[in-house]
Design a protein around this ligand. Structure first.
Ligand code: HEC
Length: 110
């Protein structure tokens, strides 16, 4: 396979990945499932968390699937990643970190 063909294939896969991530829009049922863990949790907060996740968590590596980690893993990973993001100055505050954590835990479905 020539290099040009490979570039097209890689670009298509990356592009398709973007659409796959966008398709999984949170629903009220997701928010209700999250509220069992985080009392008073709303769909608006779930969507805010999703926005923060998508704009901050795909910069160094691709956006990870929320289903790729368990709740316990996310609770370890999210603070570590936010620390990386904040290394050269605060980008995400505690509230934003919490919104991201609640989003990935709720959408981990485990
Ligand atoms: C500054 C670059 C950077 C950003 C931004 C970043 N990550 Fe990472 N991430 C890494 C690196 C480097 C690794 C490799 C493992 C490590 O260093 O912990 C990693 C690994 C991971 C892993 C696999 C970890 C494991 O232990 O298996 C997950 C999941 C992850 N990141 C999620 C996130 C989330 C969620 C965010 C947003 C809050 C995020 N990343 C933002 C650099 C980044």
């Amino acid at each position: 396979m020539n290099a040009r063909k490979l570039v097209v294939i890689v670009a298509s896969v990356a592009f398709a990945g973007c659409f796959a991530a966008k398709k999984a829009l949170p629903t009220q049922a997701d928010a209700d499932r999250g509220a069992a863990k985080f009392p008073g949790y709303t769909l608006a907060e779930l969507n805010q968390g999703r926005g923060l996740y998508e704009s901050n968590c795909g910069k160094c590596h691709g956006l990870k699937k929320t289903t790729s980690e368990s709740e316990a893993e996310w609770r370890r990973i999210v603070p570590a990643m936010v620390a990386k993001i904040n290394k050269n100055g605060k980008v995400l505050d505690d509230h934003s970190q919490d919104l991201i954590l609640r989003y990935v835990v709720t959408m981990s479905k485990r």
